[in-house]
Design a protein around this ligand. Sequence first.
Ligand SMILES: [Zn+2]
Length: 407
Amino acid sequence: MTITERFLKYVSFDTQSDENSGVTPSTPGQRVFAEFLKKELEELGLTEITLDENSYLFATLPSNIEKEVPTVGFIAHLDTSPDMSGKDVTPRIVKSYDGGDITLCEESKIILSPNQFPELLAHKGEDLIVTNGHTLLGADDKAGIAEIVTAMEYLINHPEIKHGKIRIGFNPDEEIGLGAHKFDVEKFGCEWGYTMDGGELGELEFENFNAASAVITIQGRNVHPGYAKNKMINSITLANQMISMFPRHETPEHTEKYEGFYHLVGIEGGVDKTTLTYIIRDHDRVKFESRKTKVQEIVKKLNSEFGAGTVALVLKDQYYNMREKIEPMMHIIDLAAEAMKAVGVTPNIKAIRGGTDGAQLSFKGLPCPNIFAGGLNFHGRYEFVPIPNMEKATQVIIELVQRIASR
Ligand SMILES: [Zn+2]
């Protein structure tokens, strides 16, 4: 089976996750896909295959050398984004892309164009897999799964390639931020791991945001508007005042690279009560803490003006930058970068402006940087994956395990 055939098979499973379901996996389709993969791994001859009640699928490729080398894991996620349907994905292969517009759907005039997506031009001449314009593709992260499985198959068929014990893990619900929660790091038993969940060729990531949420509830005082003078407190007006107290340019639309932000993601209210929901993000832990302090100060100020208890704040840390866990073992980044170079890929090390399963796993004791899976335009109808990207990612895995064994 080629990686393309494997990938096309995988995207036929509807594994869209659902943040409101409250169970693990959040949708039954992920279980169905996990069962299918389990069978495939059995047929390939992997060992220690386990699929737990939460649909975490683990397996082992045993070491084929005498020497003791670190056990290393490769991880990808089963689910696709809740942002767009992943049902009845109908992929199409665009043979040797000519650099022009790609019509995804003639009837609905849905076009994947380098005018909007100049990244396409880096893949002129390559075979691309695209959608029919009505679903996402699911390269995030079925490309990652296909690469890992294909690499394991290759290693099984080429016993002359020497490697230590390799663990692979496929988890549900990454897209709703729950992929790492029930990941049994001890059972996985690796010294470190790599998530195959990045985008473009060469991506290698070990930094992500520190993240917190702030839910601010403003209690007003509702009085008949005809008799409200000096009595009414309109919580909407207060909310408006509060929003204007946040630094105006420290928002997602005004920041990039290592710049952090406050992001107002929700507002809900009436005269009596208004709730604001913010997310707070910063790569730097110290700056992150001072952002949280800033929110507390704003709340304090309003309470001193309008009376204690007018504004209530619930601050919650969500995840942290994995950099502090990776830094003491930078060789795991160096190894990945060297493996990429060895197969002709230029490593592109950059900070994620978001979180990853790998960050949470790193704090659970499994240091876990992120390697490209090769797809682009994740989470929407314009998602596509160049086939050579998937082939390169597979080669990176094969190269990487050899390097780890020969250290
Ligand atoms: Zn992903």
